[in-house]
Design a protein around this ligand. Sequence first.
Ligand code: THU
Length: 161
Amino acid sequence: MATKLTININIDVLESAAELSEQELKAMELAQQAAADAYAPYSNFLVGAALVLEDGTMFKGSNQENAAYPSGLCAERTALFGLSAHYPNAKIKLLAVTARRRHEQEFLPAMPCGACRQVMAEYEFKQKEPIPVLLQAADGKFYRFKSVADLLPFQFTPEHL
Ligand code: THU
């Protein structure tokens, strides 16, 4: 008989912004600002991502769409690739993501797509330290993950090559 493998993932559910740390709040606010700068004329779905570095420096990204749809890029990867291009040795201490529809105030659940999770996993592997991830959730709540690994179990890493 097959043995069963159970994966336990612990996620902190924060009921409101009042439960975020000071750093998390700053990162989420930067992600919200970044969303306002998204270039998303096709989906009108604005996504913002913010990265916090070891020294407290923050870096942002937003989704960048294209008339040739697949040529666009998600906010998370825009932020991560931009950071890596500017500061190749930066250690990421936090990644925060939020989203909303254009012309609407309410922030919506920001669930990183599979490709973005894979890219996050690469940088987590590279820095040899977990990257905590803070996601906007429904109804003004937030999800706090301890690491990208919790968002992407069974991930493909350079070790599998
Ligand atoms: N999008 C992101 O920026 N991040 C995600 O994790 C999911 C989707 C963007 C891509 C596209 O510009 C728009 O949201 C609608 O899919």
